[in-house]
Design a protein around this ligand. Structure first.
Ligand SMILES: Nc1ncnc2c1ncn2[C@@H]1O[C@H](COP(=O)(O)OP(=O)(O)O)[C@@H](O)[C@H]1O
Ligand SMILES: [Mg+2]
Length: 303
């Protein structure tokens, strides 16, 4: 029960947050006010689908924080919120109440993506296509539209601006919305929560990815696995990490995202953890993950 005593003495910091001096230094790097720190820009738009049909594994958190990290370091980034719950829109503080033009209008009514994308306040180079509650109907309505699997792909291709990254935040299911994301993307990023059932259910996702590859998007690549909500105090987390690394090899990013209370607090302030508490372990880990992803994009290895 030592943990309980520690947390009572230091109620606002997590046990594993870094010392203040290092934290301050990292915060400057992450917020990058002078623009000096850059992450290399890819030579083509990288469209990354953030998918895992399990809910609560960190898809949205990963989408939001990687997008902000890359945008703060010189990349042009678009986030497409493809979950009717609209959590990515909330996390980026983008209005998405009923009546706001959203991704539903693009998928079902052919409204251009550029008409519904909103600039994210306070983060230059970052835009978000929000999801409103309207999107809840899309899964069913898509069934009867023409080219139902490639609506998002067409919408992204028709966008007049060039982005370095497009992140698509998927809902926790393998329905037509996720299929649209898999058809639109070149790469799949799978966040895996470090818990006992982590690998269970992944087969189903991989099977779906294989089906999409066979029939609709031959070059789709599972390029990136990110371990999330890692709790280093448990032996289980370590075992899950070994399992995932054995299974997926160098697709697994070296950076691992710890379970960190700052990460979970940030969305209620309409912020990413990068801006909410840039010195926290949550922010530094997402910063490192974004750096790795950016480096893979220029080496040509995984992109
Ligand atoms: N590294 C983390 N540490 C603590 N809480 C986290 C972390 N990552 C995500 N969470 C929290 O876990 C919940 C689920 O995360 P979320 O990104 O919404 O998952 P998904 O999009 O896969 O459903 C959210 O409440 C989020 O704030
Ligand atoms: Mg989500």
């Amino acid at each position: 029960m030592t943990d309980a005593y520690v947390s009572r003495e230091t109620p606002t910091r997590e046990e594993d947050d870094p010392p203040l001096a290092m934290e301050a230094l990292r915060a400057v790097q992450i917020l990058n006010p002078s623009g000096v720190v850059t992450m290399p820009r890819p030579d083509h738009t990288r469209i990354m689908c953030v998918a895992n049909q399990k809910g609560g594994v960190g898809k949205t958190t990963t989408t939001v924080n990687l997008a902000v990290a890359l945008a703060l370091h010189g990349n042009r980034v678009l986030v497409v919120d493809l979950d009717p719950q609209g959590n990515a829109s909330t996390g980026l503080n983008v209005p998405h109440h009923a009546g706001i033009p959203d991704v539903y209008d693009c998928l079902i009514d052919n409204v251009p993506l550029s008409d519904v994308a909103q600039a994210v306040e306070g983060i230059p180079n970052l835009w978000c296509v929000p999801a409103t509650i309207d999107l809840a109907g899309a899964e069913i309505e898509l069934v009867s539209v023409v080219a139902r699997e490639s609506r998002l792909s067409r919408a992204i291709a028709a966008h007049p601006d060039t982005f370095d990254y497009v992140f698509i935040d998927c809902p926790p299911s393998l329905g037509l919305l996720t299929v649209n994301a898999l058809v639109a993307a070149q790469e799949v990023l799978i966040p895996i929560q470090c818990e006992y059932y982590a690998l269970e259910g992944l087969n189903q996702l991989i099977n779906n990815i294989n089906l999409v590859r066979q029939h609709l998007n031959p070059t789709l690549d599972v390029s990136t696995i990110l371990l999330t909500m890692y709790d280093r105090r448990t032996r289980l987390a370590d075992a899950v990490e070994q399992d995932v690394r054995n299974h997926f090899g160098d697709k697994v990013l070296r950076a691992v995202i710890p379970r960190n209370v700052r990460v979970s607090e940030a969305p209620s302030y309409g912020q990413s953890v990068m801006t909410y508490d840039p010195g926290s372990r949550g922010a530094t880990s997402y910063f490192e993950a974004a750096q790795e992803i950016a480096e893979h994009g220029v080496k040509g290895g995984k992109a």
